[in-house]
Design a protein. Structure first.
Length: 288
C-alpha cells in the first residue's frame, strides 16, 4: 500500500534522544495527520521495580520466593529450582535492558502510523507471570531445559498497537514495514483474522537489532482488544496443567462466542509478514 512505501527507513532512531533536525520523511500528506515537524522519541516511563512493588501490595497471595537456602521459586504446584530460577532472573535482566532501546522505536512507529499504544505500562512481563509460564512449560515437557524454554519466550517485552477499523489494515502494514526497515527481524506472524469464531488479531514477534532480544507486538482494533481482555481469564485457566480436558473445551467455547462478535476490518485477513529489506548475510566460509 501507499502508506507503507512512503515510510521506508534505513536506520533505527536513537533509543535515548530525539532528533530535532530530522526531516519528517515527507509523510505528513500521506498519513493525513498534518505532520509539519519530526515526531519526538520519548524515553519509556514506569520502571518495572515500581510495578513489582504494586503487584505485591495488590496481590498478597502471589507467588513468593522460597527460603534463601533454596533460592528457588514456587507457586502452587509449579516450581523452579535454584539453577532454573537464576537463569530466569538473568533473562529478565536482559529483557529490562533491551526494553529501554525498543520502546522509543515502538512509540515512534505508533506516532507515524496513527496507532494508539495500549497498556504501555505493562510492556514488561511481571516476574511472577514469566516464571509461572516457564515453570508450566517445564512441567509439560520435562525433557527441555530452562534455556530452551526461555529461547521460545517472545513476550517478556510486549506491546499492543491499536487502530480503528478503517485505518487498521494500512496501519499494520506501515508499522511492520518500518520495523523491518530498521532491521527488526520478524520471527513470528500469526494472523488470526481468518478465524471464524476464535481469537482475532495479529500477534507478532520480533528480534531487536541491538540485543537480539525477542519481543511481542499485538495489532488490534478496539473491538478485538476488548474481546482479548474479556477472554484473558478464561485463557489463563485453560492453559493451566491442572485444568481438565472437559473444562478446557468449555473455556474454548466461551472464548469462541466472544470473538465471533468482533468485526473484521477490510483487508485484515490478507495481511502478511513484511519482506526483509536487506539480503541475508553470507557465511564467512562462503566468502573465501
Amino acid at each position: 500500500m501507499a502508506l507503507a512505501a512512503a515510510l521506508g527507513l534505513t536506520a533505527a532512531p536513537s533509543a535515548t534522544a530525539a532528533a530535532p533536525d530530522r526531516a519528517p520523511l515527507a509523510a505528513g500528506a500521506v498519513l493525513g495527520k498534518g505532520i509539519t515537524k519530526p515526531l519526538p522519541v520519548g524515553p519509556p516511563t514506569g520502571h518495572i521495580s515500581v510495578q513489582a512493588e504494586r503487584e505485591a501490595a495488590a496481590d498478597p497471595g502471589r507467588a513468593q520466593p522460597l527460603p534463601a537456602e533454596d533460592a528457588g521459586w514456587a507457586h502452587g504446584d509449579l516450581r523452579l529450582d535454584a539453577s532454573d530460577n537464576a537463569a530466569v532472573d538473568a533473562f529478565m535482566d536482559q529483557a529490562r535492558e533491551a526494553e529501554r532501546t525498543i520502546s522509543p522505536q515502538i512509540r515512534t512507529v505508533a506516532s507515524w502510523t496513527g496507532a494508539e499504544v495500549v497498556g504501555f505500562d505493562q510492556r514488561l512481563k511481571s516476574e511472577d507471570s514469566l516464571k509461572r509460564k516457564i515453570a508450566t512449560w517445564l512441567t509439560e515437557d520435562p525433557d527441555q531445559t530452562v534455556h530452551e524454554a526461555l529461547a521460545d519466550l517472545n513476550d517478556s517485552v510486549r506491546y499492543t498497537l491499536q487502530w480503528d477499523d478503517a485505518e487498521y489494515t494500512e496501519g499494520v502494514e506501515a508499522a511492520a514495514s518500518m520495523l523491518a526497515a530498521w532491521d527488526h527481524e520478524n520471527v513470528r506472524w500469526a494472523n488470526t483474522w481468518k478465524n471464524r469464531i476464535g481469537y482475532k488479531a495479529i500477534n507478532t514477534a520480533w528480534r531487536d537489532p541491538m540485543y537480539a532480544h525477542a519481543y511481542e507486538i499485538q495489532f488490534h482494533t478496539p473491538a478485538s482488544r476488548e474481546a482479548a481482555l474479556a477472554t484473558h481469564p478464561l485463557y489463563e485457566e485453560q492453559r493451566l496443567p491442572s485444568t481438565s480436558p472437559e473444562r478446557k473445551a468449555e473455556l474454548a467455547e466461551q472464548q469462541g462466542r466472544i470473538f465471533a462478535a468482533v468485526p473484521v476490518p477490510a483487508g485484515a485477513r490478507e495481511l502478511t509478514a513484511p519482506v526483509p529489506t536487506r539480503p541475508a548475510r553470507v557465511p564467512l566460509a562462503a566468502q573465501r
